[in-house]
Each structure stands twice: as C-alpha cells, then as structure tokens.
Write a protein that binds this ligand. Structure first.
Ligand SMILES: [Zn+2]
Length: 325
C-alpha cells in the first residue's frame, strides 16, 4: 500500500553490511568437518560461487525473479532425492522436506533473525526506520532495542521462503511488516504490490460504498445510512492493478478496513460538522495550520507516514466529490 522510502546511499550501506554477514555465514559448517560449509553446499547444489551469491543476496526484485526462473529450469529440487539417496527416510516428500531444511540452514535466515550481534534482523529494521506496515497501513511497526525489551517488525518474505528457500536471506526479499500481514500472506505466492518499488497511490483508492445498494455513495444524504468502504482499482488489466488486487485479497484489506468502522464514523462526523461557516474563524485562530486537516484528524505533516493516513485522505476526497441533495 505504501512505498518504502529509503535513501539510496543508506540502502547501499545496508546491503553491504548484509552481504558481509552472509559472506561470513558461508564459512560456517553443517558438521564438524571443515569442508562441510554452507558455501560448499550451495556451490554443489546451485552452482553459485561467492560472486554470484553477492548479486543474489543484494539483488533487486527483477534479479530475484530471474534467479527463480533459472532454478526452476534446472529442476534443482530433484537434487534432494540424490543427496538423501541413502537416507533411511523413505518417502520423496520427507526427502524434499529435509532438503528444504538443509537449504534454509545453508542460507542462514534463522541465524539472521536470532543473531543478536552486530548485524541481524533488529539492526535491519532499526536502520530502515519504517514505522508503518507498508502492506496494510493499519499498524505501527516500531523497533525497540535490546535494553528496552526487543520488539521489532516481522519480516515477510516477498517470495515465500517455503517455496524459495534459496531467497530466504536476500536483502530485498525481506519486507518489514505487521504480524497480521505477515501471517495472512504466509506462504501465498500471489504477487502483491512490492513495497520497495510501488504503492497503491491513485491506482487503488478507498471509496465509500452504500451497504444497501452495493455501489459508491453519490450524495451527502446517503451518509445517513452508515456506508462501508472498499478499495477501488482504476485498471485491473495493468500489472500494478493486478498486484493491488492481489494485495487486497491476500491482506484482506476491504474486510479489515470495514472492521474499523470506529475510524470511519469519526471521520464522517468530523466532516459533517466542519462547515464553511466555521472555517473562517478557525483559520484566524490557528494561523499557519491546515485547519481542514486539523479538524478532520488527518496528520498535519503529509510527508510523514501515519497509520490509516491513506484511508482518511482518500475518503475525504470522496466526501468532497459528493453531490449535495
Ligand atoms: Zn500490515
């Protein structure tokens, strides 16, 4: 729903830190044998050496999509049956699961979220300073440091780790999000809006809907019957339109926003009590302040991210367009 805005220089620095952590991780071993490193395992299964891995770990969404295509073309999962051919585990499914577990371990994601060292999931979230869930805009996702009690956003895997374990530690596959969104998306593989590149913006707008007639409300008088809300997508055929539609479904946005009727009722009530007549006096009283935003309870600094901000701004636009009858 919201684009993650981080300066390129900071991103470059964080990507480098992340890569150094991963590079160091590659030298760790599965067993006591010094040759049994995670790096050696990855090379054997995927054929990726350190320089290829650097591009993958730091890779953009487009690059990760290319990696997926290559891996699928090589049918690497079949390798699992070879690796465990002498394993007492009998079924192919069990062997696949064990292979998945081994690949996850080799790519070190569990180690990254559990590390509590110089570079880990806390450091990543803290450095990105994303305060609002980019998927739903309904919840704050703060990072609280070690001394104060360790709280951080959950990290959603844009390309699910269940299906693509080899992308589980890639920098641009880790999306700080609220726990509701992370759990709703889970292993679903529908391409939702990718927050490092896109957002809903004007292509996916909240609208007021008549619960009675199941259409947009068109007159002020219809506000008497409390309307519902939904996200209107301007063009479902574009790739962004499809992604917005997937986000709506995966994160259950229409349903969850309708659950927050307390916010909607409050907004409509503020809107109806704010008339042109009291505008002049209020402007005099609050010089230099956007009185309309103040009264409607919309954050005064539009540059910052607040929860429910897009919802409120879109609904006000719809209210302003209603016919007075
Ligand atoms: Zn969320």
């Amino acid at each position: 729903m919201y684009k993650i805005e981080v300066e390129d220089t900071l991103l470059d620095r964080l990507k480098e830190k992340h890569w150094l952590w991963f590079k160091n991780h590659l030298t760790k071993t599965f067993s006591k044998k010094p040759k049994d490193t995670y790096g050696a395992f990855i090379k054997k299964i995927f054929g990726w050496d350190e320089s290829v891995l650097e591009n993958i770990i730091k890779g953009s969404k487009r690059e990760l999509e290319d990696v997926i295509k290559k891996v699928q073309a090589k049918k690497i999962a079949c390798e699992s049956l070879q690796i465990f051919r002498n394993d007492p585990h009998k079924s192919a499914k069990q062997k696949q699961n064990k292979f998945h577990e081994k690949v996850m371990k080799a790519f070190g994601y569990d180690n990254f979220i559990d590390q509590k060292k110089s570079w880990d999931a806390y450091e990543l979230c803290e450095s990105l300073k994303i305060d609002v869930c980019p998927y739903c805009n309904r919840q704050y996702i703060f990072t609280v440091d070690n001394q104060s009690g360790m709280v951080r956003p959950e990290l959603d895997h844009y390309f699910p780790k269940q299906k693509y374990p080899y992308l589980s530690a890639c920098f641009f596959n880790l999306i700080p999000s609220c726990s509701v969104c992370n759990h709703l998306k889970s292993s679903q593989d529908d391409r939702v809006v990718y927050p490092y590149e896109n957002e809903f913006g004007k292509h996916g707008m909240f609208r007021l809907k008549s619960r009675r007639w199941d259409r947009d409300i068109i007159t002020i008088s219809e506000l008497v019957r409390m309307p519902g809300v939904y996200i209107k997508i301007d063009n479902l055929r574009t790739s962004l339109g499809k992604q917005i539609n997937n986000s709506k479904k995966v994160f259950n946005l229409d349903v969850l926003y309708n659950m927050q009727s307390i916010e909607l009722n409050d907004l409509i009530s503020r809107y109806q009590n704010f008339t042109g007549a009291n505008k002049v006096g209020l402007k005099r009283m609050f010089k230099g302040v956007d009185v309309e935003r103040l009264i409607l309870g919309i954050p005064l600094n539009p540059q910052k991210r607040y929860i429910m901000q897009k919802f409120k701004e879109d609904i006000i636009k719809h209210l302003n367009s209603l016919k007075r009858r």
